[in-house]
Design a protein around this ligand. Structure first.
Ligand code: MOS
Length: 726
């Protein structure tokens, strides 16, 4: 049944362009949207299961020492309390894909303040919360430990290092150069829906309902934590209220619910409280980045250096991949890059919203703006002049790259030609400035499977354990199947979010739609072949539309062809099925107009535009929404977002949505997005690349560059709060 797929690359077949149904690319609504906005979609903590007990998690009050639950026996006797659990299995490494690695953290030894070290379970949530608050947690042999990235011991990440040509000589000899240091703070994923899990056991089989991004991996992680076979674990996650990286791997509440339910022999629900989401799931590492750029008199880069320091807990392997796009975005023969990981006792660092590029491209784009200013050429012209013909390090071709068009078309749409000089435009008390930046993000394909069944009544069902984290998976997979099988969208049912279905790539890293979509495409391709066989025609002579097949001057309904049978096929794609002999990435450009208050330094975004190219656009509405969301993240990174760590003990001082400032409606003007269609013949048979996180990657720099244009002030320490601008 498995369709083994090895793509002939480049793909010449432009099948989705020719499909009579015409669904792919259309700006169709998300079919689950009404369920979500009317409160009828069941989110993680809304499942009601008979006999369910409630758990509340308990945090470590410091960042070192052995964890002692001093009054554990007294708490266990409080009304309604069923168990106080401090179990070695409780803490998985929260970083992504860590199944089969030994956990670094232990609930018996505090590694950071806020680490979740126990769960208290009671008959009601209120009883559990009261008991958890009554539990006295003390730390034995607590010591002063390192919480400051500036002075921590560092480990070089050799795999990230590059030394090509002679950057020092290029810097020395160049008529124009900049050598700048920028810092970005830690960010929180801050999903609207807190992490929550409900576990129930039937004999040796565990069912977990909750809110996760990558079910296949989550199942393996959970089985690994519990020491059971993954076949014994079922995870159900049909609706996810945002993840942004923090739900790629399981958070401690999932394992806690499973252990508690096993111990008590009844279902247990555990939801993280809002401060716990901020303190104990995942942070983006703060970064310190040095960028060196050397250019000739015409602004052609001769050297590019990018050296970054990020941090994580001792033993944790994740290092924010800050340099990712610096490797391929711009030309420059002499290149040096390095990444080092500082070891310190803040909460675990992991994937948050476009890991790497969100802050790496941002800083590179600030340095490019400073270079353009230094040379005295237009910032757009500087970018255009440095688009490399081939990948500047590997010499490979780019698979597809409408980067030049994004810069030119974006500048045109925005009205970049009217850009004022530095500190030149003033409207009353407001200083007005324009800024721009490039966008770039790697494109990744992940293993993915989906089953598509064409049913006797001429409808189809798509089944995969893929998640929809608000990105439009339900819509897109239905569009792909509808086009391939010639069915209107309402005759395709899409079933997601259950590990009993074929394992998908999960949602993350902008790979979700292209990877899971390819598996649906392949399954449908196999169904088309079988239909053609039945009709004894060449599949390419078969036109499918509105549930009917047209071939050789005949028209027949699918149900007539099927004669009561169903056709079920499994599509399966994995890395290596497409060629890696090219540089695959997505590109774009941002343009922003800001108004900075001359007295207070407050920055308001007046308008912002993004032009993006990411291969075929599968759904113009959901793709645009992803870009709008990305640019909104950019506004947060530029102006307000910062996890504030107490310098004494590393605890998160602003662990809630009131004090961790994500942009709200009043901060975000009407953003405009242009999607530049392209076909990427190397990506997959749909010729689509991932677009999910592209809109974040560099967006903040357009804003801080605009602040410079308005005020003459360079903010090199994010976010650009008003104290740094005046
Ligand atoms: Mo994304 S940060 O890989 O969910």
């Amino acid at each position: 049944m498995t369709e083994h797929f090895k793509m002939e690359t480049p793909a010449t077949e432009r099948r989705l362009d020719d499909m009579a149904q015409g669904l792919v690319g259309a700006p169709l609504d998300r079919p689950e949207g009404p369920l979500k906005v009317t409160g009828t979609a069941t989110y993680a903590n809304e499942w009601q299961i008979e006999g369910m007990a409630h758990g509340v998690m308990v945090r470590a009050p410091g960042n070192s020492g052995r964890v002692i639950l001093a009054n554990r026996d007294d708490v266990a006797k409080l009304p309604g309390v069923l168990a106080v659990i401090q179990d070695d299995r409780l803490l998985r490494n929260p970083a992504q894909g860590t199944a089969n690695e030994a956990p670094v953290q232990s609930p018996h030894h505090a590694a950071y303040l806020g680490q979740l070290i126990a769960v208290v379970v009671a008959e009601t949530f209120e009883q559990a919360r009261h008991a958890a608050q009554s539990l006295q947690v003390t730390l034995e042999n607590a010591q002063m430990v390192q919480v400051d990235p500036a002075t921590a011991a560092v480990e070089p990440q050799d795999g990230q290092a590059l030394d090509q040509g002679d950057l020092d000589a290029a810097m020395r000899d160049a008529p124009h150069s900049v050598d700048l240091v920028y810092t970005t703070p830690s960010h929180s994923s801050a999903p609207m829906e807190p992490h929550a899990s409900i576990a129930s056991w039937q004999g040796g089989d565990l069912t977990l309902r909750g809110s996760y991004q990558m079910l296949k991996y989550n199942r393996n992680e959970l089985a690994d934590s519990l020491g059971i076979h993954p076949d014994r674990v079922r995870i159900i996650s049909p609706y996810v209220g945002g993840g942004f990286g923090s739900k790629l791997g399981l958070a401690p509440e999932a394992v806690a619910a499973a252990i508690a339910a096993q111990e008590l022999g009844r279902p247990v629900s555990v939801a993280l409280q809002r401060p716990q989401v901020f303190e104990a799931t995942m942070r983006r590492s703060e970064t310190r980045q040095r960028v060196r750029l050397a250019a000739d008199a015409e602004g052609r880069l001769t050297g590019l250096g990018h050296d970054a320091r990020v941090s994580n807990l001792p033993g944790e392997s994740f290092a924010e991949p800050v340099l990712q796009a610096s490797h391929f975005l711009y030309a420059g023969a002499n290149r040096r890059m390095s990444l080092e990981l500082a070891r310190l006792h803040r909460m675990c660092a992991g994937s948050v919203r476009a890991p790497g590029e969100a802050v790496g491209v941002t800083v590179l784009e600030n340095a490019m703006d400073e270079l353009a200013h230094e040379i005295g050429i237009d910032p757009v012209a500087l970018r255009l002049r440095n688009i490399p013909e081939k990948d500047p390090e590997s010499g490979k071709d780019y698979s597809s790259r409408r980067f030049r068009e994004a810069l030119e078309s974006g500048a045109e749409a925005f009205g970049w030609a009217d850009r004022p000089g530095v500190k030149e435009r003033r409207e009353g008390e407001w200083l007005i400035g324009y800024g721009m930046a490039s966008a770039a993000r790697v494109n990744v394909l992940m293993e993915s499977q989906a089953r598509v069944t064409l049913l006797p009544d001429g409808t189809a069902r798509v089944e995969t354990d893929m998640t929809d984290i608000g990105t439009g998976t339900y819509a897109i997979l239905g569009q792909i199947a509808g086009d391939m099988l010639g069915l209107p969208r309402d005759r395709v049912e899409v079933v997601l979010g259950d590990t009993t279905l074929p394992p998908a790539a999960g949602s993350g890293g902008s790979w979700g739609a292209s990877s899971s979509g390819t598996s649906v495409y392949l399954a449908c391709e196999a169904i088309r072949r079988q239909l053609a066989q039945r009709l004894e025609v060449d599949e390419h002579d078969l036109t499918l539309k509105d549930g009917r097949a047209t071939y050789a001057n005949q028209v027949k309904s699918l149900s007539d062809i099927l004669q009561g049978d169903e056709i079920a096929k499994l599509g399966h794609v994995k890395p290596g099925d497409t060629s890696t002999d090219v540089r695959q990435a997505t590109f774009g450009a941002y343009f922003a107009e800001v108004a900075v208050h001359a007295a207070s330094g407050e920055t308001r975004i007046r308008r912002m535009h993004g032009s993006f190219a990411a291969g075929r656009i599968l759904n113009a509405k959901t793709a645009r929404s992803q870009c709008l969301g990305g640019m909104t993240f950019g506004i947060g990174i530029a102006l307000t977002e910062e996890l504030a760590f107490d310098p004494r003990d590393g605890h998160v001082a602003n662990h809630n949505l009131a004090e961790y400032h994500i942009p709200v409606n009043a901060d975000v003007p009407q953003l405009t997005v242009e999607l530049l269609e392209e076909r990427d013949d190397w990506a997959n048979p749909m010729q689509a690349k991932g677009i999910g996180e592209l809109g974040i990657c560099g967006a903040a720099a357009a804003i801080t560059n605009a602040i410079h244009n308005a005020t003459g002030v360079r903010v090199r320490d994010y976010p650009a709060t008003l104290d740094k601008v005046i």
